[in-house]
Design a protein around this ligand. Sequence first.
Ligand code: TXA
Ligand code: MG
Length: 319
Amino acid sequence: MQKITTDINLAINSLKIGKLVAIPTETVYGLAGDALNEKAVEQIFILKKRPKNNPLILHISSYEKLQEIVKNIPFKAKKLAKKFWPGPLTLVLEKKNKISDAVSAGKSTIAVRVPNHPLTLKLLNSIDFPVAAPSANPSGFISPTSASHVSNFFKDGLDVILNGGLCSKGLESTIIGFEDDNPILYRHGAIPISDLEDCIGTIGKKIKNDLNPSSPGMFSRHYSPRTPIILINNLSKYIYENKHKKIGVLSFENKEGFTLATKHEILSKSGDINEAAKNFYSALHSLDSKNLDIIITTLLPEKGLGKTINDRLKRAVAN
Ligand code: TXA
Ligand code: MG
């Protein structure tokens, strides 16, 4: 059994001897291990059941540490890092040899960020190795935004869960890569792309399987509850026509009552997109624990963080 604690020294001691710990960040909890320790890296893949070809993401304490692990830093990457770190921005850059191919899944690049959470920043400042930390969920499932989400997923395999409370952003970092020094969006995330473009100008878009957003089948399944989940336009109609089912509703605003629904999670009563983002994974975890027949939901307005939540919803319902 893992210990749930706020004592960073327990987590530091475990990391130093190659054990895995869960760490809080402002986005989601990470499943952390010493990125320079082969055994720890291997354990992360095993515990998460993560395919070996899906690279890990590194966490460092400050921009100054970046040059220890990457070869060169394009001007626009530096500009972004200076403005958004610590924060939910991940940069994909050419790695130095000290970062193993196991971490990068054979790629020449590595994903890296400085997370913005006081406990985790303190932890990273107290160690002299980068920490590999993909989201602390089994591959394909809902990301964890609280310590109890993590402990529900992993009964064994983790030494310590560092309890940093609810994640303040609630969505994973935005990932930017560079091709010939030109910035490319690899994943929508907690920083809207327009904020990044305000800093460095136009960013190319290259999101895996995002060829046809109107066709959810194009998305590989991820961020998914165990309960079946569908995206529909008219929630009320579905509820009315399926009275015999135990239905969970995930909705953005508080527009309708849905009195016939078994469970209703409203992401933000006032329609605030930041509040909705913060509540998104928690609401999914909560609905998934209620033994429902189905979860029904709709897409949000496709702007700002709505794009990120819609990306996660389309993947959650994909086959
Ligand atoms: O907010 C976050 O990014 C959280 C917290 C814990 O930092 N972490 C997270 O990790 O979301 P994960 O592993 O669930 O997602 C990282 C993503 C994966 O989709 C992975 O494929 C991508 O980053 N990635 C990692 N290295 C990459 C690389 N060299 N090139 C392109 N994508 C990469
Ligand atoms: Mg993940």
